[in-house]
Design a protein around this ligand. Structure first.
Ligand code: MEV
Length: 427
């Protein structure tokens, strides 16, 4: 029997929960309590979250942590991160502190151009299409005037519109390739509105518009972040650390299986700040991974060099971010994150987030090529295991002491936990 429903969105919250429980959660007596315990007691705040999406029945929390001690272009930052993975904030904080005594991070925005496209089909002669495009181009700009007025006041707007012939890839396929400057806004709504207005003005009987949409591939919206120091400044076993990190990056340049995990580690840092600042992490993920594959082979996003005794480690990535508009203006936590970051421009936020990615990559590579990743991971994961086992706060303190120099696995913690309880019973 299928369990479908029409008009679900018209039900109120309680009716939606009742329907869900009776159809999919009937064996779980705690389902309703689980959903309700994440409702916010501040009714106005809950309503705000309810209205972000359709069919909201609860909230899904992520831990919100701070990685202090970041120095970027000589300025201090405490970076807010929203992420569930236990070791990410700890690693960011550790790496930030490490580089804060070695000159900190430098970062620069290389370019800020965003892209949108109007995809269409045309069966006629290319010359005629080209002439039509050149004739109508001023009207395409005109068609977006009402939308671009405010953006132009802020120094942004449409940079150019090009006609591209794609018929070598797909019969009759052409597109308008439009470049934008969106200043401090991520610009998705602005770009899409401009494209739709343009498509309406461009349309005629022999031009079949298929769709108008921004591209999340933005290879000309680039930021670079870097750290460097004399090799000996890397501390204990400096030469080995420098060499190993260099080798790890070389491996990720040539071995796609490794490159994907290498870049996933970078995205641990990037996504956490993108989410904390109310930006679109799916857009960032899609664009960054496409950039990693721009040569036709998926590669490391970070680079490393060792020249004349200097260790250099850097990243260059595309980031489409906003510090005004969208969720950044609506979500109180996103607003607070931006305040913690001293209300950065979109360009500054690009720099901060690229640094968060680079720091995470440095932490991961240093751990992977020295102690291995599990030592740090499982130490952080210990809290999760203890929570899962239902350890009390006192038991947690004792178990962390007992397990201090032991290898942390679920079994080792479980064993120590039960031993502790048995010993307590015997006392
Ligand atoms: C885990 O979330 C991230 C790492 O796998 C990254 C890497 O391997 O470089 C540790």
């Amino acid at each position: 029997m299928t369990k479908t429903i029409s008009g679900f969105s018209k039900l109120n919250k309680q009716q939606k929960i009742d329907w869900l429980i009776s159809n999919f959660l009937s064996d779980n007596p705690n389902a309703e309590t689980t959903l309700e315990q994440y409702w916010n007691s501040n009714k106005k705040l809950q309503q705000l979250h309810d209205e972000f999406i359709e069919n909201t029945i609860s909230n899904f929390y992520l831990p919100y942590g701070i990685a202090p001690n970041f120095i970027i272009n000589g300025k201090s930052y405490a970076i807010p991160m929203a992420i569930e993975e236990s070791s990410v904030v700890a690693a960011a904080a550790l790496v930030a502190k490490f580089w804060s005594t070695r000159g900190g991070f430098t970062a620069e925005v290389i370019s800020t151009t965003k892209i949108g496209q109007v995809h269409f089909m045309y069966k006629g002669k290319f010359d005629a299409l080209e002439k039509y495009f050149n004739d109508i181009k001023p009207q395409l700009f005109k068609a977006t005037e009402a939308i671009t007025k405010n953006m132009q006041k802020r120094g942004g707007g449409i940079l150019d519109i090009e006609l591209k012939n794609k018929t070598d890839k797909l019969d009759n396929y052409y597109l308008l390739h439009v470049t934008f400057e969106t200043k401090d806004s991520m610009g998705a709504n602005f770009i899409n509105s401009c494209l739709e207005a343009m498509a309406t003005a461009f349309r005629k009987e022999d031009i079949e518009i298929v769709m108008s949409i921004l591209s999340n591939y933005i290879p000309d919206c680039l930021v670079k972040a870097q750290v460097s120091c004399k090799i000996e400044e890397l501390g204990k076993n400096a030469t080995i650390i420098a060499q190993k990190i260099y080798q790890a990056v070389q491996i990720a340049q040539v071995e796609p299986y490794r490159a994907v995990t290498h870049n996933k580690g970078i995205m641990n840092g990037i996504d956490a700040v993108v989410i904390a600042t109310g930006n679109d992490f799916r857009a960032v993920e899609a664009g960054v991974h496409a950039y990693a594959a721009k040569s036709g082979v998926y590669k490391s996003l970070s680079n490393c060099s060792i020249d004349d005794g200097i260790f250099k480690f850097w990243i260059e990535i595309p980031l489409a971010l906003g510090t005004v508009g969208g969720l950044t203006a609506l979500h109180p936590m996103a607003k607070l994150s931006l305040e913690i970051l001293q209300n950065p421009s979109a360009k500054e936020l690009m720099q901060i987030i690229a640094v968060a990615g680079l720091a995470q990559n440095f932490g991961a590579l240093k751990a992977l090529t020295t102690t291995g990743i599990q030592q740090g991971h499982m130490k952080m994961h210990l809290q999760n295991i203890l929570n899962q086992l239902g350890a009390s706060p006192e038991e947690k303190i004792e178990l962390i002491k007992i397990l201090n120099h032991q290898q942390i696995t679920y079994n080792s913690v479980n064993k120590a936990f039960h031993k502790l309880r048995i010993n307590k019973l015997k006392q």
